[in-house]
Design a protein around this ligand. Structure first.
Ligand code: ADP
Ligand code: MG
Length: 698
């Protein structure tokens, strides 16, 4: 019998219908399965009894043993509280209750010996220690806890109803100990290969550990299980996609590709670029549809890779398109690509929201008769009115601005869906990519073009400002350009705009002989484009802006990036901003300006930026600090982050282990029909049904 999922918690001893309802409402716990997987977030050590006289500084929750000297109800009505004076023979402590005042006064007696468990706090004013709402047990009571006890995630409402960590621990333990036959949910081959702790033992151990060693083994087993389910599911879906989704076959490399490569390519490709292009070539040569994510740090040369991919499509008689998140970026891509392919006689067009009707009509016609080979644009190009003769390759730049839905709309542009190449400069930690982008194959461009000098990054404070401006001045005199970026955070738009304007004025006054462009997100698009244009063309030497410049803008002559209030940005965002400089051959600089008083953690974050320019390292750190839910790109991924114990940021090795074992399992039993995998298959099925439910609700 293995029906923990069907076992309603109301049947568990001590819970009953009322509290079952409460657990469901407050913690989403419906079944015994949910209950035993409500894992502790930490443990308290109940094996040690403290002496009051030893209390000192910031105390954890502790256990003390002694007697009450007095009990008094103080105050009246809603303000009534019960105050007990407790002594353990070494010193005294005040114990205070705000709830169930009368009931508790009658329940406890002076003279009896009790064990109290709670967190002592010290009041300077009266110079006394006190404990609020401790757990109280008579020393003779059988329910006195010993050893480690779990601390559970709870809600205020549950606590008010008397359901605390101790109560949960008791329910869970009495259930687990009464149940001797919890079935193993991992395949036996995997259990054996990895020597994992059996499920039953792992559950008991995680709720009531005896020592740290077995606790770690229990945690490993439970984390592995969660990640293994995801890995198996992901791999099966990939297998299905690989075999099912027919795609266009681009079997040869032709004139456009070869001529571009031999005659027009202004530099040698990096090893990483070559490798990714080879991956793409082999994808499109299989007859199945390609769905590939190319991750490459800012400046790693993704555009060129995209172009080569598009040329392969064109060589095979198909058309290609490239979609960018903003008009500025689309225009920039268009111009770069046009200058690159003009020699090989391709017809390339730009389609955005502001394309004139006449040109728009010409583009529509050219796409339908096939005379337009390559279309660059914003999301305007997924509109229904845009039809191709034969779209073979769709490239999406800067993935995180597009959702899964837009990607899917591209597929419908052709009878046989086009190959899809998604490019992102937001490095996603590898572990996260494997989980979140499970439906995409991932390529990484992990090498920058040669000759790039690493951007020199420094952290500076307000009192260094004149030094910073002096440095900026010498860069400007050398003919270079500079960005100065201000944070703009919604709640504070007014204040932020003010500091942005002030900053702009200061810059104009400090550097009167240079032209300063000014951009922020609240401007009309036309004004914004005009200002950006001033900077991009070199007419303006300085750009004062908010983060609107974050993505993709390419002005190789810009060598200085000053980020004001850097402490208010996330690491990945700082990295994106920094990537706007260092795009030419000249030494570039990034200055992180910060207030002096910042949290130690914030300072450490900023210091990390000064030490490394490796986007992956920064993304890993960012994920550790902020958690994976905040990392761009994960939100719309469609994966429910329904993990109870595994942590995508920290469990990279277990993720890898899960994937390797999923692969081995599916190699031997791709449909999971072998009898020994039966329990696992059923369990997986149920787990998937559950998370499908979950994603529909949220
Ligand atoms: P990103 O990956 O950030 O989109 P881009 O494609 O805009 O980077 O490339 C950044 C700059 O590097 C461009 O000016 C591009 O021409 C140049 N570049 C790309 N590949 C190479 C290479 N192999 N050698 C030298 N420069 C390159
Ligand atoms: Mg780019």
């Amino acid at each position: 019998m293995n029906s923990l999922r069907e076992y309603d918690v109301k049947f568990i001893k001590g819970i009953g219908p009322g509290r079952a309802e409460l657990l469901k409402q407050q913690l989403g716990i419906k079944s015994a399965y949910d209950l035993v997987r409500h894992f502790p977030t930490g443990y308290v050590d109940r094996s040690k009894v403290w002496r009051i006289i030893d209390f000192n500084g910031d105390m954890p929750s502790v256990q003390i043993k002694g007697r009450f000297l007095t009990f008094n109800i103080m105050g009246e009505g809603a303000k009534a509280r019960l105050v007990g004076l407790f002594t353990d023979g070494t010193s005294q402590i005040e114990v205070i209750w705000f709830r169930q005042v009368r009931k508790l006064r009658d329940a406890y007696h002076t003279g009896n010996e009790y064990i109290l468990f709670g967190r002592p706090t010290f009041y300077e004013a009266t110079r006394t220690w006190s404990m609020i709402h401790p757990e109280v047990d008579s020393v003779t009571s059988p329910s006195v806890m010993t050893g480690f006890r779990g601390v559970y995630p709870l809600t205020e409402k549950l606590r008010n109803q008397g359901v605390g960590s101790r109560q949960l621990a008791q329910w869970i333990q009495s259930f687990l100990f009464s149940r001797k036959n919890i079935n193993e949910t991992l395949p036996p081959s995997v259990m054996e290969r990895l020597g994992l702790m059996p499920l039953q033992e792992a559950l008991i151990t995680i709720h009531k550990p005896i020592d740290n060693d077995s606790l770690q083994r229990a945690r490993l087993r439970l984390k592995f299980e969660e990640l293994f389910y995801i890995a198996v599911d992901m791999m099966r879906r990939n297998l299905k996609r690989r075999t099912a989704s027919r795609g266009q076959l681009f079997g040869h490399i032709g004139n456009f590709f070869n001529r571009f490569y031999n005659e027009c390519l202004p530099f040698e490709l990096t090893g990483a670029q070559k490798r990714v292009i080879r991956e793409i070539r082999s994808d499109v040569n299989t007859g199945r549809q390609m769905n590939r994510l190319v991750q490459g740090d800012v400046g790693s040369g993704k555009t060129l890779v995209a172009l080569m991919a598009m040329l392969i499509a064109i060589d095979n008689g198909a058309q290609a398109c490239l979609m960018a998140p903003t008009e500025i970026l689309a225009t920039q891509h268009y111009e770069t690509l046009k200058s690159m392919v003009s020699k090989i006689g391709l017809d390339i067009r730009l389609l955005t929201g502001s394309t004139r009707a006449v040109e728009r009509r010409a583009i529509h016609e050219g796409l339908i008769d096939g005379s337009v080979h390559l279309l660059v644009g914003t999301h305007a190009l997924i509109e229904d009115s845009v039809q191709f003769k034969n779209l073979g390759m769709a490239v999406i730049d800067e993935q995180h601005r597009f959702g899964v839905v837009q990607r899917a709309r591209l597929w419908t542009k052709n009878a046989l869906p086009p190959h899809v190449l998604v490019m992102t400069a937001t490095p996603i930690p590898r572990t996260l990519a494997m989980t979140v982008y499970g439906d995409l194959d991932v390529s990484v461009i992990d090498e920058l073009p040669p000759g790039r000098k690493p951007i020199s990054t420094v952290l500076r404070y307000e009192n260094d400002r004149h030094h910073v401006y002096r440095g900026l001045g010498s860069q400007l005199r050398a003919g270079h350009q500079a960005y100065i970026v201000y944070p703009l955070i919604d709640e504070n738009v007014k204040l932020d705009l003010l500091s942005l304007k002030e900053g702009y004025e200061t810059i104009c006054e400090t550097f009167p002989s240079y032209k300063v462009a000014f951009v922020h997100g609240r401007m009309k698009p036309a004004e914004k484009d005009y200002q950006m244009g001033l900077f991009a063309s070199g007419e303006a030497q300085i750009l004062v802006a908010t983060t609107v410049i974050e993505v993709g803008v390419n002005v190789p002559n810009a060598t200085t990036m000053i980020i004001e209030n850097a402490e208010r940005f996330g690491l990945s965002q700082l990295h994106q901003l920094r990537g706007r400089v260092g795009r030419g051959g000249d030494q570039s600089y990034c200055v992180l300006m910060s207030k002096h008083e910042i949290a130690r953690e914030t300072r450490r974050r900023l210091e990390l930026m000064t030490r490394t320019t490796d986007g992956f390292e920064i993304a890993e750190a960012d994920m550790k600090w902020r958690g994976p839910g905040d990392i761009e790109g994960t939100m719309q991924s469609g994966i429910a982050f329904d993990l109870h114990i595994a942590n995508l940021a920290q469990d990279g090795q277990i993720i890898q282990l899960a994937r390797d074992n999923a692969e081995m399992l599916l190699k031997d039993d791709s449909d999971l029909t072998l009898p020994e995998n039966r329990t696992f298959a059923v369990s997986l099925q149920k787990e998937l049904a559950r998370s499908a439910d979950w994603s529909r609700i949220s």
